[in-house]
Design a protein around this ligand. Structure first.
Ligand code: NAP
Ligand code: MG
Length: 395
């Protein structure tokens, strides 16, 4: 059988620990035998970030901007403990944060739905994708513990407003956002909805927060009208703005299958709710989309350190490779679409189906056993072999 040829590369960003092991297994067993893989490889493993003083992360981000499609393995974000463990010369920032700022992108998270499982909300038939604005808001707020009576004042550019005239102790906070960041966020959200051919919802509380949340609502509407309305109508999808409490109620009665854009704090809360309702962390996929149309696919989970330590002691582990596998299929499908290579797009579909078929046949990793009602899970190698068997049968 001839291997499927690629025209243009995907940016391949390798990572750390257990997910680095899974990365290699996926390439060796499920990709290289079938596809003449064309990648631009960047090793974002912590040792190489240390060796290059983190320049490799910036190079990978630059490549992503140039190439347009990337796939990333989970990476360690160093903390004090990791500084010691990996003998680091400084505490490098999260590669995801660095790449996200470099391409000015938004992260979209969606669950993989397993055959034979139901989300906790019985009406949900298709995954719900959460888009969380990752700039400022409550995460860059300024807070004040007020001890003495006096005015809390908000001022900027010659304007000033009294927040509250304290007569006793209390608390105050201020937060901000920028038109530029909200516009980028809106564009990434509209691009994601078009890419998935699903409706986009945006919700906030503009009846109460008339200026701050009102600005979000107005920018979304203006970007939609000027740049996306025609494409949405052609694709048969719609943009819906609604109050966040209404959106929550509608979401619970919906069939799923839409993209839900949220401000930073709202997105933090709702992504955990959606994740829990659909199953497990190991089944959450993530894609970073830039307003200019770059796509970077990855698993939402981390490097699964506890399994890695067990593996280093020679144990086999039952680590779930699904989200990492779907990162690869996402990137290959996108590459196939952009380059007009139908075989590559079909291969991504077949590989996903092979993995879901294995699960449907009761071959699952430990974490999926509980979800699917299978008595026991197999190790990662056995699961991947089962996927390969089904993939080969389908080719
Ligand atoms: P984690 O790697 O997501 O793992 C937390 C726990 O969730 C695991 O111990 C495991 O539970 C379960 N789990 C996660 N993924 C799984 C999988 N594929 N299969 C089976 N079980 C899975 O989070 P963490 O332990 O908090 O973080 C580890 C490292 O990852 C940190 O250094 C952090 O900086 C990094 N991180 C990276 C990213 C990223 O690159 N996108 C995201 C988050 C964290 P059991 O042990 O109970 O089986
Ligand atoms: Mg959270």
């Amino acid at each position: 059988m001839d291997k499927i040829k690629m025209l243009n590369p995907v940016v391949e960003m390798d990572g750390d620990e257990m997910t680095r092991v899974i990365w290699k297994m996926i390439k060796d067993e499920l990709l290289n035998p079938f596809v003449d893989l064309k990648t631009e490889y960047y090793d974002l493993g912590l040792e190489n970030r240390e060796r290059t003083d983190d320049a490799v992360t910036l190079e990978a981000a630059e490549a992503l901007r140039r190439v347009g499609v990337g796939v990333k393995c989970a990476t360690i974000t160093p903390n004090a403990k990791r500084m010691e463990e990996y003998h680091l010369s400084r505490m490098y920032k999260s590669p995801n944060g660095t790449i996200r700022s470099a391409v000015d992108g938004t992260t979209f998270r969606a669950p993989i739905m397993l055959p034979g499982t139901k989300p906790l909300v019985p009406t949900w038939e298709a995954p719900i994708t959460i888009a969380r604005h990752s700039n400022a808001d409550l995460y860059k707020d300024v807070e004040l513990r007020v001890e003495e009576p006096g005015d809390a004042v908000l001022s900027a550019g010659g304007q000033a407003k009294t927040v509250y005239s304290f007569t006793g102790p209390g608390v105050a906070l201020a937060m901000y956002n920028t038109d530029r960041s909200i516009e980028s966020f809106a564009r990434s959200c509209f691009s994601c909805a078009l890419d998935k051919k699903q409706d986009l919802w945006f919700s906030c509380k503009d009846t109460i927060s008339t200026v701050y949340d009102g600005r979000f609502r107005d920018i979304f509407q203006a970007v939609y009208d000027a740049e996306y309305k025609a494409a949405f109508e052609a694709a048969g999808i719609r943009y819906l703005y609604t109050l966040i409490d209404d959106a929550v109620a509608r979401c619970m009665r919906s069939k799923g299958g839409f993209v839900w854009a949220l401000k930073n704090y709202d997105g933090d809360v709702m992504s955990d709710m959606i994740g829990a309702a659909f199953g497990a962390l190991a089944l959450m996929t993530s894609v970073l989309i830039s307003p200019s149309g770059c796509f970077e696919y990855e698993a939402a989970h981390g490097t699964v350190t506890r399994h890695w330590y067990r593996r280093q002691k020679g144990e086999r582990t039952s680590t779930n490779p699904m989200a990492t596998l779907f990162a690869w299929t996402g990137a290959l499908r996108k590459r196939g679409e952009l380059d007009g290579i139908a075989e590559l797009t079909a291969f991504a579909d077949r590989l996903e189906k092979a993995s879901l078929d294995a699960i449907g046949d009761g071959v699952v990793t430990g974490d999926m056993a509980a979800l699917t009602g299978v008595p026991a899970g197999v190790d990662t190698e056995t699961f991947i072999a089962a996927v390969r068997e089904r993939l080969e049968r389908s080719m």
